[in-house]
Design a protein around this ligand. Structure first.
Ligand code: MG
Length: 275
């Protein structure tokens, strides 16, 4: 540590001890002369927590209605799906491109988790897709088999996957009912995904047509990739701050990762706005 750095740290300590923690970090200075990443992360977290606590206390004093609806307001839901891009052949019309849901994961901002396999998925067709076999079905096999097959009877093949989908999967109707129960009383949920366009289509199609989404729900999903672009955040930034999950292409793992990516983008924004 240089003499100058030593003096800077002593100054922080002095201000904190003599003028109080709150004054030192809230009003006195942003401490730009300190070039220490951890110090600034902790400082910004402190400022953000203080702001949230203040807002919370203000609102608790506002009115009873707000307090009753506290848990019903605008929760964020991070979603990911795995799907099979295929074609539907309809007599007299011809071939129409379509998407078939395989699995869906949702994590809310508090960390509650939702994960379902679609047992109506047409595995007879998707099994022929080598990419899905290697990246999606292998993940599903790996996440279920350790707890399901203690005698190691089930190798990774189509029959085993069909069995796993029939034992652990749900129908589209059941998935919808469970999504509604997961979102619960939240009348205005907000959904986030990563490269989310196709995820949003398979998600919305569970409910029927676009207009069949529950009343009050948005008819769009916020794309985290777009948020990255708008903030000038590169692939390199992502690799450093939110590296891809080890179990990439597991819908639940990817949904957890989406939540983490969102949090990292917020930390980046807070840091740049506060400084
Ligand atoms: Mg995925």
């Amino acid at each position: 540590m240089t003499n100058k750095e030593k003096e800077d740290w002593e100054r922080v300590q002095y201000r904190m001890n003599n003028e109080g923690f709150d004054y030192c970090f809230t009003h006195y200075s942003n401490w730009d002369e300190i070039k220490d990443k951890t110090f600034h992360e902790l400082r910004i977290n402190y400022l953000n927590s203080q702001k949230k606590l203040e807002e919370y206390i203000d609102r608790m004093n506002e009115d009873d209605e707000w307090r009753i609806n506290l848990k019903e307001l605008k929760m964020k839901y991070f979603l990911d799906t795995e799907f099979f891009e295929t074609e539907l052949s309809i007599r007299q019309i011809g071939v129409i491109p379509t998407i078939d849901l395989i699995s869906i994961g949702i994590v809310d901002e508090d960390g509650r988790e939702f994960y379902k396999l679609n047992n109506e998925h047409k595995l007879d067709y998707s099994w022929e897709n080598d990419w899905l076999k290697k990246n999606v079905f292998k993940q599903i096999y790996n996440e279920i088999i350790p707890n399901f097959d203690h005698d190691k009877n089930f190798i990774f093949d189509e029959e085993t996957l069909k069995l796993l989908f029939s034992v652990f999967g749900s129908t589209r109707k059941e998935i919808v009912e469970e999504i509604l129960s997961f979102v619960g009383k939240d009348k205005t949920p907000k959904f986030y995904g990563y490269y989310a366009d196709y995820d949003w289509v398979v998600f919305a199609q569970l409910f029927g047509r676009m207009t069949d989404l529950p009343k009050g729900w948005p008819m769009y999903c916020v794309d985290l990739r777009q948020m990255m672009d708008q903030n000038g955040l590169t692939r390199k930034w992502k690799e450093k701050n939110c590296p891809d999950p080890l179990m990439e292409h597991s819908a639940l793992e990817d949904a957890r990762w989406n939540r983490e990516l969102y949090n990292q983008i917020c930390i980046f924004n807070d840091r740049n706005n506060v400084n």
